[in-house]
Write a protein that binds this ligand. Sequence first.
Ligand SMILES: O=C(CO)[C@@H](O)[C@H](O)COP(=O)(O)O
Length: 218
Amino acid sequence: MLIAPSILSADFAKLGQEVDDVLAAGADIVHFDVMDNHYVPNLTFGPMICSALRKHGVSANIDVHLMVTPVDSMIEAFADAGASMISFHPDASIHLDRSISLVKDKGCKVGLALNPGTPLYVIEEVLHKIDYVLIMSVNPGFGGQTFIRETVDKIKRLKQLIVDKRLSVAIEVDGGINESTIKSAYDAGAEIFVAGSAIFNAKDYKQSISALRDAIKK
Ligand SMILES: O=C(CO)[C@@H](O)[C@H](O)COP(=O)(O)O
């Protein structure tokens, strides 16, 4: 199980230090939420910030979650800026298979992100072509929202689909993940956990990341 702090909840005035601190505190992946005020009602950061983190010395995997439309130009820009993993929403791509190939051709792991209201069948035809599915457990756009409980059943059904098809596709869950919600997502089959406010709103990042890992073991 991998912990991926969402830098959406970090202090942007000292972003490089914040990323260094969560990685030193035991985080596995840096989760990078890209919002365009079009696909979602918020605006965050572009590829320049990603390359700035690489220049700053961040060597951990950077997991870019594109909440933008159109997606293809941003896939290329973020891959060139140092992304290791790129996910996008199938409903934000006109040619899903082509966008998946674009991520792969750029040498990144490819993920598809599903909003709470988006059904699993949207990705069935391409499930064998991707590395992970990002299940949104809140409606995308903001940190600090409440975990939508129905997501647990969705993760279970996705896990079963992956097993039935004998695929090796990881499940990432994002939104409202904290000490109270992480275990239900883990038990359902998720293995990558994005957490923003649960980590960055704590005074001690090491303690908050350990608390997430401990909550799973309970
Ligand atoms: O993509 C998103 C929101 O759109 C998430 O990554 C949130 O940033 C997670 O924040 P918390 O719910 O953990 O505070």
